[in-house]
Design a protein around this ligand. Sequence first.
Ligand SMILES: Cc1ncc(COP(=O)(O)O)c(C=O)c1O
Length: 369
Amino acid sequence: MKIPFLSFDNRNQQIREQAIAAFTSFFDTKWYVLGNATKQFEAEFATYCEVPYCVGISNGLDALHLALKVLGVGEGDEVIVPSNTYIATVLAVSYCGAKPIFVEPDVQTYNIDPKKIEAAITKNTRAIMPVHLYGQACEMEAIMKIAEEHNLYVIEDNAQAQGATFKGKKTGSFGHLNATSFYPSKNLGAFGEAGAITTDIEKYADLVSVYRNYGSQKRYYNMVKGYNNRIDECQAALLSVQLPYLDKWNAERQRLFVEYMELLKGSKDLILPLIAEGATTVGHLFVVRHNKRDELQAYLSENGIGTLIHYPVPPHLQECYKELGYQNGDFPIAEMLAQTSLSIPLYPGLTDDEVSYIAQKVRQFCSEN
Ligand SMILES: Cc1ncc(COP(=O)(O)O)c(C=O)c1O
């Protein structure tokens, strides 16, 4: 069997006619930037996230950056981020001139550990950025409580968890401003670059709209030094086609997630993910852990199974963050996750036979090593 790490075949097949019709309609409108498709998708995605406002943005990184910018985070400020996340979360903080302060994750859920946040708060802390990693919602109740007590902003990084919930409330609806990404491989993925900010605070939504469009509300009049962070009108149209499928696709990911959990439990020395009480996962990634991760990856590759590592180097040890002066050992949980984690295929369209085959190969490796 040959199983790629990710395949768009199933998704593309389901939406092909609708996507082509949406593209044709976009083409024929002859209105290519900030038009009706953007307005429509923003309204639909706001409804999906159960918030009143959504502003379409060029991509997830720009959405994170704009959220911080609009909240006035800048030079001299500190922002709490998880020590294991995709680099975008951390770069957004740096773009504002603020300093990222890393907090270790829970070793079982891989999400930021709320119990460790308070120790990282100083007089300069302005915001907490929880990242719903691999599709699982962070423990938002505890995080919001800490933020309230210390008067901090919360910006959710919801790039990997569209549709997940904590105690029944959708990710992307907790924080003051919340960012998401529609990078093609996300649960809701564009056919190019796109992102969004969701919020229930009108004044922030309005400011995000201004900042994403050169700081302008009225053409050629600029209130603030803004950016060109507009969502692409064509991507907005194609996202509207897919949004009605998202719950179905997430449910399929969740079913495959449970199947893996069943098939892999008890495998020698293999660590499976844990979903925190009150949280759900939308199965963005299925990440297993093994001390011989590289050998496991090579073994699966020899058996035709594509895998990826999310992520091989934690942000504090990346070359671009040399200036922060961190060393190996400073964030041992993030470092251990980087050395032992392996993502195995999980996407709509992956068949039960493929899941069984992958699980069988993983088990075989575990029993022989
Ligand atoms: C956790 C996380 N945050 C932010 C981003 C940035 O999104 P984008 O690639 O659309 O800029 C991504 C994905 O790439 C991500 O996985």
